[in-house]
Write a protein that binds this ligand. Structure first.
Ligand SMILES: Nc1ncnc2c1ncn2[C@@H]1O[C@H](COP(=O)(O)OP(=O)(O)OP(=O)(O)O)[C@@H](O)[C@H]1O
Length: 285
């Protein structure tokens, strides 16, 4: 489990000036592995809800085709950061973003970026499975039809269900309602829906927190498999889950600060920050 380019430690005390210079943003979290060509990069990202600042100067590069976990205590801004990646915060009237969030080097907050087109490239799966009240087939076909990509739709739906590790269980009931599936199956259906239109990035906000242990384990296996093809960014409250499935881990702490970001093994075995160590070992949070 290594980030692209391997784990490279840059401490805030500044032992490697060249490395710090290469980060044009003002401040980097502890750790900060060198990631060549990150698919997503936040630079001095601040997010406000009205007068309240939820995120402070987040600087982070997310490696391509890896699983990056966002962890930290409740209210520290994990979901806010996740939503800032595909501009879902635009849907919250009082939310405001400063700084940059780059996707392949382009700031997604530039005026010429269409958030709907952006969300086709950066899909999202939510905490509570939210299939449409339609058949299993139509759930997966929905985005393809909206985008006019309905050639070979049968094949595309089958392929998405297969990649979401659901096809074997639903092959004979594609016309049944998606709402009749179990919670775990519904979540995999939502993942199939998200990947059917072939995004590059999948954002997941605690996708297994509403599921039982067996369904959770299936989602975890699936997340690892998906990272062969997609960049996955996942918010989780479950530290064992982050340790099991992610390659890199970002630790946010109370107040909306990204304190440490590194190779997952490093975060869990030998974090730089005492506060992160206290959090990981369950002393608070
Ligand atoms: N829609 C909103 N309107 C106003 N404030 C919000 C909104 N969403 C989040 N916040 C505030 O922003 C801060 C960060 O919340 P966020 O949900 O991003 O944290 P989180 O780390 O994901 O929390 P949790 O683990 O509990 O889901 C919190 O103080 C929260 O109250």
């Amino acid at each position: 489990m290594t980030a692209n380019g391997g784990p490279r430690t840059v401490s805030k005390s500044g032992t490697d000036d060249a490395e710090i210079e290469s980060v044009t943003a003002n401040d980097v979290p502890l750790g900060s592995p060198r990631i060549s060509d990150p698919v997503i990069e936040s630079r001095d990202l601040d997010v406000y809800y009205g007068d309240d600042q939820a995120l402070h100067g987040i600087n982070m590069g997310i490696p391509e085709r890896k699983v990056t976990a966002l962890i930290g205590p409740s209210g520290c801004g994990k979901s806010t950061f996740l939503r800032s990646i595909n501009r879902m915060n635009d849907l919250i009237d009082i939310a405001r973003v400063d700084g940059e969030l780059r996707f392949h080097g382009k700031n997604v907050y530039d005026e010429d970026v269409d958030p709907v087109a952006l969300r086709r490239k950066i899909g999202m799966v939510f905490q509570k499975p939210n299939p449409f009240p339609k058949s299993i087939f139509d759930n997966v076909a929905y985005g393809l039809r909206v985008q006019g990509k309905d050639d070979d739709i049968e094949d595309q739906v089958h392929s998405a269900l297969e990649r979401a590790a659901l096809l074997d269980e639903v092959e004979d009931q594609l016309d049944s309602s998606g709402l009749d599936l179990s919670g775990g199956q519904q979540q995999r259906l939502c993942i199939a829906r998200a990947i059917a239109t072939d995004p590059e990035v999948i954002l997941m906000d605690e996708p297994a927190s509403a599921l039982d242990p067996v369904a959770t384990s299936k989602i975890e296996d699936l997340v690892e498999e998906l990272s062969a093809q997609y960049t996955v960014v996942i918010v989780t409250h479950n530290m064992q889950q982050a340790a099991r499935i992610s390659d890199t881990t970002a630790v946010f702490l109370t107040g909306g600060n990204l304190v440490e970001f590194d190779d997952t093994n490093k975060i869990f075995e030998n974090p730089e920050s005492d506060r992160v160590e206290d959090y990981i070992t369950g002393k608070f949070g």
